[in-house]
Design a binder for this molecule. Structure first.
Ligand SMILES: [Fe+2]
Ligand SMILES: [Fe+2]
Length: 259
């Protein structure tokens, strides 16, 4: 089974290249499933119902969120009703939506879980290590294939999670930094890993936003309304190949597609 994993989709440019790539890769049998991070789909801030529809009809099967999950007013209701959208598992109890979901595939059920990091992250969350331990204790026996999105800033926290989950999940991929890392690998115990998938959106930017406004913020400290950039649109992610009968990853390879 081949799964295309897509890094943080930013705005209209990111959605357009996502739909084009996901549709084409599925038609060409390069990808059986597509899992994408959609926390920046709505002009950088969260996800709306029409934009979720756009991504699903454009070939995405499951979407993960992140620290921008509640940016849109309609997000709580959207996440409550659509089981294809996952927010972090370790958000405090009582939050809307779900931290894990199950997709029935021709090769058996696949579980997708999202975790949120706590190092250099402003969002309030519980310990991601304990949260995934607890989830695995209750659910691991039901699934061969378990995919985890670790939405986190610090590479150290992500690499630590890699060791924590080695041999316990099929794939652990990182999102949130918008910068793709060159460290994809499969461990001896069959867990695929990459620290960050990167960003799907305008790369002539500061992680998706227009450069001049961000530079002004850094150099003067003055606030300004962020805008989504438009140039040099790329899709960043990874292609995961796994054996659904064992739940072990076989391969993971970085992906970059140009618009
Ligand atoms: Fe994020
Ligand atoms: Fe993001």
């Amino acid at each position: 089974m081949n799964i295309l994993l897509i890094g943080d989709i930013v705005g209209h440019p990111g959605r357009t290249i996502t739909a084009r790539t996901a549709t084409r890769w599925k038609a060409e049998h390069r990808a059986d499933l597509v899992i994408a991070n959609a926390e920046n789909s709505a002009a950088g801030r969260g996800l709306t119902a029409p934009l979720a529809d756009e991504l699903f009809s454009g070939g995405c099967d499951l979407l993960t969120m992140g620290d921008h999950v509640w940016d849109q007013k309609e997000a709580p209701a959207l996440l409550d009703r659509d089981p294809r959208i996952v927010r972090a598992l370790n958000l405090p109890p009582g939050c809307p939506g779900r931290g894990a979901t199950v997709l029935e595939t021709p090769d058996g059920p696949l579980a997708l879980v999202q975790l949120l990091g706590r190092t250099f992250m402003a969002m309030n969350s519980d310990c991601p290590f304990r949260a995934i331990d607890d989830w695995l204790k209750r659910n691991a026996s039901r699934f061969k294939t378990i995919i985890v999105d670790f939405h986190a800033e610090a590479t150290s926290e992500k690499v630590a999670m890699r060791h924590h989950l080695d041999g316990r999940v099929t794939c652990l991929f990182g999102t949130h930094t918008h910068i793709q890392t060159a460290d994809e690998s499969v461990t001896a115990k069959g867990t695929a890993y990459i620290t960050d998938l990167g960003m799907t959106g305008p790369c002539d930017s500061v992680i998706g936003r227009t450069t001049d406004i961000i530079l002004r913020r850094f150099t003067t400290g003055m606030p300004g309304k962020f805008e989504i950039a438009t140039n040099d649109v790329r899709l960043h992610g990874a292609l995961l190949t796994l054996d659904p009968t064992t739940g072990r990853a076989r391969k993971i390879k970085r992906v970059e597609e140009l618009a």
